[in-house]
Write a protein of this length. Structure first.
Length: 413
């Protein structure tokens, strides 16, 4: 497990946000399908209630209504896409509008055709560029004028036509407002997520730059001194061997100190805090609706290496619960086991409703077992009789940190 792996809480939060955004996307599209339902129902009504001689034409209108609805939903699905929206195809935009206009002109009554046309304009006007919207509005007004003339020819009162136009305008504004609210809410949510991810990438970049500066400040002076002293030893080697030997001895001492400083710096970057990791796992599990009970968390009394290794156990255990179970409860316990030869910190992560993959184990648990075995500890991971899963790790009380070399290696270096 490397330190540059994303924090568990961040991983889970991103996944939950993606799932929520996908759900909202589906809701928007399904809701919009309700908005275009009158277009299809008009063609269905014409097919079922119209005269027999219009049956073939009604089938054509029904096909046109279905195709227009499909194109509209396809455009809307691309508009509320995760990340950057997909550009609207002018062929899909104007093709769908032409099909909708044909269905409106062929409706059983001009009044119903005007309402269909107004609803279509309200749904479609904000899906394309603004200039397209103005052209769409102008075309719909022209077609509405044609339908108005047809209504007057059917002896519809002038007052009724005026009321119809008022209703038509209000209906179009209502549909347009509904779609606009959907789209704007999606844009705000999507932009917030993109900005958050950009800030996270920026934070990673800044952390890398900080690490680079720290390494430069740490090693710059030491390496410069090593170069100067080694060059001095080379110059005085023939005329003053004792001075050269002294310089090389100082070079060795400076090298050891530099190596120790680098190890300390890297260990400080890679080691994780036990209490912070427990809180991060608790937060991640709670965000997924998993009740978490933690008991026996040791404070400052733990050795640094023991606490760091236990933190890795907690992190891997929490990851295992989130990825390989449908848990509703989780217990994290810390106990000290006193033996005849050495003490150990026992860390247990137990959950209910384990999946089959969790029962078979994974690469994360294998790597954790190897880490513990190298430190003299042991790891067991097995299902429980109640259908849950229990991860149990025994961490030696005086275990060295994950990146600290053994005493033999340190002496050799």
């Amino acid at each position: 497990m490397a330190r540059d792996r994303r924090d568990l809480t961040g991983v889970v939060t991103e996944r939950r946000k993606d799932r929520k955004l996908r759900f909202v996307r589906v809701v928007i599209v399904v809701s919009s399908s309700v908005l275009v339902l009158p277009l299809v129902m008009s063609a269905v009504t014409d097919l079922l209630l119209g005269p027999d001689e219009r049956r073939g034409l009604a089938l054509v209108y029904l096909a046109a209504a279905l195709m227009a609805s499909f194109l509209l939903l396809w455009m809307l699905f691309g508009r509320v896409r995760l990340g950057q929206p997909r550009p609207v195809s002018p062929w899909a935009y104007w093709g769908a509008s032409a099909l909708a206009a044909a269905v409106a002109l062929g409706a059983l009554t001009p009044i119903f055709g005007m309402l269909l046309l107004g609803g279509w304009v309200g749904v479609t006007v904000f899906l394309g560029p603004r200039s397209w919207g103005w052209w769409l509005l102008a075309g719909s007004l022209a077609l509405s004028a044609v339908l108005t003339v047809q209504a007057l020819e059917l002896d519809v009162p002038v007052v009724g036509v005026v009321v119809l136009w008022i209703v038509l305008v209000l209906w179009s504004l209502f549909m347009a407002g509904a779609v606009l609210i959907y789209v704007r809410l999606w844009d705000v949510t999507n932009e917030a997520l993109l900005e958050q991810r950009a800030r996270a990438r920026l934070a990673v970049s800044e952390e890398r730059l900080r690490f680079s500066r720290d390494m430069h400040d740490l090693l710059g002076h030491s390496l410069s001194a090593l170069v100067v002293k080694s060059e001095l030893a080379e110059r005085v080697l023939e005329r003053d061997p004792a001075r050269a030997a002294q310089e090389m001895t100082e070079v060795q001492g400076l090298s050891r100190r530099s190596l120790s400083q680098v190890r300390s710096a890297v260990r400080g970057y890679r080691e994780i805090d036990l209490e912070e990791e427990v809180e991060a796992v608790r937060t991640a599990l709670a965000a997924n609706g998993i009740r978490t009970e933690v008991s026996g968390v040791a404070g400052n009394g733990l050795p640094t290496g023991t606490a760091a290794t236990a933190a890795w156990v907690v992190r891997e255990g929490g990851t295992n619960v989130l990825r390989h179970s449908h848990a509703t409860e989780c217990r994290i316990t810390f106990t000290r086991a006193e033996g005849d030869t050495a003490d150990a910190l026992v860390v247990e992560v137990a959950n209910d409703r384990a999946s089959g993959h969790a029962r078979n184990g994974g690469s994360g648990l294998t790597g954790l077992a190897e880490r513990l075995a190298g430190a003299g500890g042991r790891l067991t991971a097995e299902p429980t009789p109640e259908g849950g899963f229990l991860l149990r790790a025994a961490v030696p009380w005086a275990v060295e940190g994950p990146d600290r070399p053994s005493g033999h290696e340190e002496a050799r270096l």
